[in-house]
Design a protein around this ligand. Structure first.
Ligand code: FES
Ligand SMILES: [Fe+2]
Length: 461
């Protein structure tokens, strides 16, 4: 099937080529899960603004969501060696994640059993966990190791003085924790996602970049800015020549969701475009190679007779991936190397699947309803035969510095700065009297409606 992008009207959805139309032109075999549909009309109501502005709402989230939900804490490769540990802080609670002698990942509440001192404050490696105050120590398996002047605690039972365990379970190279000892297993919580990610294994990826920034808005305002393509036309106009936006596809499974958008094709807002112009723009912006390097010295591929921008860009991307990894990508589908295949893992993580944009985002509250922490991770496939080093630890960046100034993000920085402009404006708008709450669109912002209805379900339990 050939897509003829004529007569497209961005104001009339039924005239647009769809994600499925482009998928059906794929020269490879797209992952079958991309054909799976799971959506429903969630209405057109205005949702309560209190979710963004109310201290009471935030308190409900702390009690009913963050203390009970599975949350991505770190990648398994953040702590690959026995004795490695780091902390994961979430809405006032803190967990220590540790690699044990037996090679498992365990998590403990991050306080001393003596007088409550926070035990671990930075990523480190040591054969035990030792409190900085009086020196009580624990083995990596959480059992009590030693107490200075042990004779002075005659009522202390060693068996009862171990570190308090926090649930820790892993999926696809990612370690999750849950402060609720009675939570259902992680694998059940994830619903369909594990089967979807069978074709995108994360266990062998290496986290090459991990940067964080404090952002002056509610964590949900920040997160929601990444779960829809509706904002592309205004916020990221440079993408319009090579990115589907209002013709993307939205699905959800329980509280988790997916956004699909075709790349290497013009937006319906642009309508028909010269195939070579599409290629030039996408290479120019560094979108066609796995680290987002600027296309400066890259030879821009030419669209030959019978070729499309999409096929040329897919071949270009496959060649770049092969050059970087030594792996043969010739059988990989076009969608896998080009498109936005973005999963949302409730409540706060975004994972881009496929090979086009190997990025994860995480959003966490930061002490008030008006502040959050936004983290960006880039996970890459290493060249065949190369030994995988430990993942790069998170580096906080200056809240006043732009993402473009963060060298690790290379060509992704300017696009993220465009989002950042909005993030800095959200809270100052929504907290004003007279604003009732978000009027999410019916189709393009449907996954936000799904997110909010599940969030409300959690906090009302
Ligand atoms: S508070 Fe930790 S050893 Fe005393
Ligand atoms: Fe954006």
């Amino acid at each position: 099937m050939v897509i003829v992008n004529q007569g497209v009207d961005a104001e009339a959805r039924d005239t647009m080529p769809t994600f499925d139309d482009y998928l059906s032109t794929d020269r490879g075999k797209p992952p079958s899960v991309l054909w799976e549909r799971s959506t429903e009309d969630l209405g057109n109501d205005v949702l309560p603004k209190a979710a963004y502005t109310s201290a009471d709402w935030r308190a409900q989230e702390v009690e009913h969501l963050w203390k009970r939900v599975w949350q991505f804490a770190c990648r398994e490769n953040d702590i690959p060696v026995a004795g490695d540990r780091l902390t994961y802080d979430s809405a006032g609670q803190s967990a220590i994640l540790v690699r044990t002698e037996a090679g498992e990942i365990k998590a403990y509440r991050n306080f001393c059993r003596h007088r409550g001192t926070r035990l671990v404050d930075a990523a480190d490696n040591a054969p035990e966990i030792t409190c900085s105050f009086h020196g009580w120590s624990w083995n990596l398996d959480g059992s009590l190791k030693s107490v200075p002047c042990r004779w002075d605690f005659p009522a202390l039972s060693d068996d009862e003085a171990g570190l308090l365990e926090v649930r820790a379970e892993s999926w696809n190279g990612l370690a999750f924790i849950n402060f609720d000892p009675d939570a259902a297993p992680l694998i059940d919580f994830l619903e369909s996602l594990p089967s979807h990610f069978e074709q995108w294994p994360g266990n062998q990826l290496w986290k090459a970049v991990h940067v964080g920034k404090v952002v002056p808005c509610n964590w949900k305002l920040a997160l929601e800015a990444f779960l829809e393509g509706y904002h592309v036309v205004r916020t990221h106009p440079q993408l319009l020549l090579y990115a589907g936006d209002c013709n993307g596809r939205y699905d959800f499974w329980g509280p988790h969701a997916r956004m699909l958008a075709s790349m290497g094709v013009p937006s319906p807002h642009v309508g028909p475009a010269d195939e070579q112009d599409v290629v030039d723009a996408m290479v120019r912006d560094g979108f066609v190679n796995t680290l987002g390097e600027k296309g400066g010295e890259v030879q821009i591929p030419q669209v030959g007779p019978g070729q499309t921008s999409r096929s040329v860009l897919a071949d270009f991307m496959k060649a770049a991936l092969t050059q970087q990894t030594g792996v043969d990508y010739s059988e990989v589908s076009d969608t896998d190397v080009l498109d936005t295949i973005q999963y949302f893992v409730f409540p706060n993580v975004v994972i881009f699947a496929g090979y086009a944009f190997p990025v994860m985002y995480r959003f966490r509250p930061n002490g008030s309803e008006n502040s959050c922490l936004w983290e960006i991770m880039v996970n890459v496939k290493l060249p065949e035969g190369m030994e995988r080093p430990p993942d790069v630890p998170m580096r906080m960046t200056d809240p006043d510095a732009s993402w473009s100034e963060v060298a690790e993000l290379q060509a992704f920085g300017p696009g993220l700065d465009q989002d950042m402009v909005n993030l800095a404006l959200f809270q100052r708008g929504v907290q004003q009297d007279g604003y009732e709450g978000p009027l999410f669109s019916n189709y393009q912002e449907r996954n936000l409606r799904n997110f909010r209805r599940h969030l409300e379900g959690w906090i009302s339990q």
